[in-house]
Design a protein around this ligand. Structure first.
Ligand SMILES: Cc1cc2nc3c(=O)[nH]c(=O)nc-3n(C[C@H](O)[C@H](O)[C@H](O)COP(=O)(O)OP(=O)(O)OC[C@H]3O[C@@H](n4cnc5c(N)ncnc54)[C@H](O)[C@@H]3O)c2cc1C
Ligand SMILES: NC(=O)c1ccc[n+]([C@@H]2O[C@H](COP(=O)([O-])OP(=O)(O)OC[C@H]3O[C@@H](n4cnc5c(N)ncnc54)[C@H](OP(=O)(O)O)[C@@H]3O)[C@@H](O)[C@H]2O)c1
Length: 461
């Protein structure tokens, strides 16, 4: 007979939604799932991270997550921040098990002089700004400079380079936040330099994201800092076919004619920022040049040389990685920026924390595409089901109805599934008028107002 289980999931991003899918699919349990999300909307970085010019990716994931979300065994408590409106102790008493899928609330620092100067931002802030994250919608990025510098050359760095250089007419067809469109219409940025501390063979960006740069109208892609590797260098690398494709693409790009009137994305390799200088805001960046050496495990690392150069830039965005934040009441691994866990079970110095689990970026660190969270969530759900089987869970003390009443009493502005579906419909309806996928509501009061209007209309019918 299937075991009845009451499960809370904190966060409604990809890791949470894949966990929901695995729980619903299991024959061994009869799950009742409550999702708690600090924003009124679900889907995490699919809404607030994935670039607006990637609509197909969002559409596919939306459809899958929406299928799980509408299941009658799932409830949504949006606009409820665990750790603020409710704590771990309460959830641990109310549910048989709690899965934390809270992603990354912070970012990695460069720890170099000048990093605090105005004009130097975390990629997370700029991405949140153009994607309409309520936390970042008010930020004011000075785009009056000609050159912007992006530190790090992962996929986030390339997303930003594209958004800063792409014709605004193309962005006008996407779900980019309206305030970002306004800022980009006024932007004077003509060159984005993407700094990679290691070499071409170690570039962190993926091939499809590199290839996308070649489709940008009116944008040249320039490779600097290192000669293109020869055949012998490529054969030396481990993941060789991907690296070969990357080098082939870069060779093809560097052979293309550039045009003086075009904007430029400069992929500069073997270069690290050493210092940011400026009078009250960033004006220039001192760059140190690196060479590649292998460490004891044979991993190619960036070794600084004494060579320096200076680049003028009015905007610096550090895209060197998101980072998980400590969660009140749960053990945290400061070094890795994750909630301490073994294969998804939260552990402290005494061993597993009864009924507490993690999945996604807060479990394994801030890396991996949306699909990587499926396997990650599967491992966590398997651990949870195994504990249920072995009677190693605490038993939920409150009924579903009591939980819902308590939450509403503590936090009247909770957003239900019906509320989110009304907000979603309203955004899509607004988008349809101008042939856009949606026009995002980017502040919480307007999302709540939309949900309230919908509830009033439903009642009056
Ligand atoms: C800029 C960017 C672009 C990306 N683009 C792509 C792409 O194009 N394709 C791709 O495959 N992958 C992409 N990725 C990777 C992908 O987004 C991640 O793998 C994935 O989102 C991680 O899922 P997660 O659920 O762990 O975290 P998140 O997606 O961050 O979800 C965490 C959720 O938890 C919520 N939350 C946080 N704290 C609390 C709390 N205390 N209480 C309640 N809720 C809380 C957050 O609001 C959020 O909704 C991108 C990543 C970034 C950073
Ligand atoms: N379109 C997509 O599918 C998409 C889009 C965005 C993000 N994502 C995924 O989301 C995850 C996170 O992406 P990300 O771009 O944030 O991370 P990432 O891929 O890990 O790239 C981080 C970059 O920052 C560099 N870096 C780290 N610390 C640094 C320092 N102190 N100084 C200088 N450079 C430093 C890294 O260099 P080293 O390589 O030398 O460490 C690397 O170039 C990735 O798995 C990515 O694939 C996917």
């Amino acid at each position: 007979m299937a075991l009845p289980l009451r499960i809370a999931i904190v966060g409604a991003g990809p890791a949470a939604m894949y966990a929901v899918g695995h729980l619903l699919d299991s024959d061994e349990i009869e799950p009742d799932i409550d999702i708690f999300e600090r924003l009124p909307n679900p889907w995490g970085l699919v809404r607030t991270g994935v670039a607006p010019d990637h609509p197909e990716k969002k559409r596919i994931v939306d459809r899958l997550f929406d299928f799980y979300f509408r299941d009658s065994r799932v409830r949504f408590f949006g606009n409820v921040e665990i750790g603020v409106h409710l704590g771990h102790t309460e959830l641990a008493q109310w549910y048989d098990a709690v899965i934390y899928a809270v992603g990354a609330g912070s970012d990695t620092r460069m720890r170099i002089p000048g990093e605090e100067l105005p004009g130097c931002w975390a990629a997370r802030e700029f991405v949140g700004f153009y994607n309409g994250h309520p936390d970042h919608r008010h930020l004011e990025f000075d785009l009056s400079c000609e050159r912007a510098l992006v530190i790090g050359n992962g996929n986030v760095a390339l997303d930003i380079a594209r958004i800063l250089t792409m014709p605004v007419a193309e962005l006008e067809r996407t779900d980019i936040a309206d305030h970002a469109l306004d800022a980009l219409r006024r932007s004077a940025v003509r060159e984005v330099v993407v700094l990679g501390r290691r070499g071409i063979l170690q570039a962190a960006f993926h091939n499809p994201e590199l290839e996308e740069l070649t489709h940008l109208d009116g944008v040249d892609v320039i490779i600097e800092g290192q000669d293109l590797p020869g055949e012998d260098d490529i054969l030396d690398e481990r993941s060789s076919w991907e690296v070969r494709r990357k080098v082939a693409m870069l060779k093809w790009m560097s052979g293309r004619r550039s045009h003086r009137e075009n904007k430029r994305i400069v992929l500069r390799f073997l270069a690290s920022p050493v210092e940011l200088n400026g009078n009250r805001k960033v004006e220039e960046v001192v760059i140190g040049h690196n060479r590649i050496e292998r460490d004891e495990q044979g991993i190619p690392t960036a070794t600084p040389t004494d060579e320096r150069s200076v680049l003028h830039a009015g905007l610096v965005l550090r895209a060197i990685g998101y980072r998980g934040m400590p969660f009140p009441g749960l053990p945290f691994d400061e070094h890795r920026g994750v909630i301490r866990n073994v294969a998804g079970r939260v552990v402290d110095v005494h061993g597993p924390v009864l009924g507490a689990y993690v999945t996604g970026w807060i479990k394994r660190g801030c890396r991996g595409v949306i699909g990587s969270n499926k396997k990650c969530a599967h491992e966590t759900v398997e651990a949870l089901i195994d504990d249920a089987r072995k009677n190693r869970l605490r038993h939920a003390k409150l009924s579903k109805d009591t939980v819902a009443t308590l939450i509403k009493r503590k936090h009247p502005d909770v957003v239900s599934r019906a509320d989110w579906l009304a907000i979603d419909r309203s955004e899509k309806d607004a988008g349809r008028v101008t042939a856009r996928p949606r026009i995002k509501k980017t502040d919480i009061p307007s999302m709540l107002a939309c949900a309230r209007d919908h509830a009033l209309i439903s009642k009056s019918i």
